[in-house]
Design a protein around this ligand. Sequence first.
Ligand code: AMP
Length: 381
Amino acid sequence: MNILVINCGSSSLKFQLINSESEEVIAKGLCERIAIEGSRMVYTPKGGEKQITVAPMPDYTAAIQMVLAALTDEKTGVVKELGEIGAVGHRIVHGGERFASSTVITEEVLKAIEECNDLAPLHNPANLIGIRACQQLMKDTPMVAVFDTAFHQTMPEEAYLYGLPYRYYEDYKIRRYGFHGTSHSYVSKKAAELLGQDYESLKLIVCHLGNGASVSAVKNGKCVDTSMGLTPLEGLIMGTRSGDLDPAILNKESGIYGLSEDYSSDFRDLEEGYVEDKENCIRAVDAFCYRVAKYVGAYAAAMNGVDAICFTAGVGENSGFVRSLICKYFGYLGVALNEEENEKRGEALIVSTKDSRTKVLVIPTNEELATARETAALVQK
Ligand code: AMP
């Protein structure tokens, strides 16, 4: 079955069409600047050239209409008709406490997602608009909601409660929710596969280090703690978010960008500066790595041990340099990196030595494939 995976942001929409049997990406793309002047669609069919179409997209319906037209286009399309798209999987940022797993979208589900709007005021409304627009254009196609928060719903109370008056939780649902759940779930399962061990008997720490960054502790197949909180601001130092401290006011100036005195929020630039001995770059990267190492230590303690530490997302997958700096903190866990393996890129790998007591894995995350799998599993029931 072909699954259309949709990820709606506040002015953009990313999409992939994935065949759920072969797990192949048949086409992918992005609509940018929706409802803003200068909107455009980038579309790449499998094996074909990237195409850029500049055209007005006054709303999400117009954007999705363009995506569907591209997918079914006589020349550059990948399916003959919309009927060949069996289901749509929507990435939804916040499912609150209501959603502990993906779910087929009904009117009642839409209402429940809307009730979570206060928890993710920038993301959930955009996600809902995306669903409505798809429903309008693909009336008979089943739709599934896949939540960023769902995987973390297994956290115990002691991990998700803040040290606040308990009524804040009862009355306003103020608690840790966690995000990047689709990625943490995908990567931890893949780690068990790579290790050839039973998912339900492993203690894993997953470091999703991208522009947004979070760590999670996954014990016996269940998330037991994660670093992001009520919002994605908490926890690690990120590209532009401060991490622990939560001064939302500094959102655009903090993180490694602020620490490097506005040098860059991109690790490629900071790594270059680090090697050239630039004090600001060393400061930013060292603070970032220290914070990751601190969380890994905390989660190893929370699980009373750890079998494997998994690195994923833009920095986690691509920067052997950053991984190596972080792993220097893990001597007490018996971590020994295989420096040669650690320099490789683009595939799931064990990058620690054979003798390393705790294993270190690099696993390219794939949130779109994970969303397509969840969607296929629900609509094929
Ligand atoms: P993501 O949010 O997962 O897409 O990650 C994006 C971030 O990954 C970028 O902002 C870069 O900081 C980082 N990144 C991507 N490629 C590399 C690379 N080759 N080396 C170091 N960092 C990278």
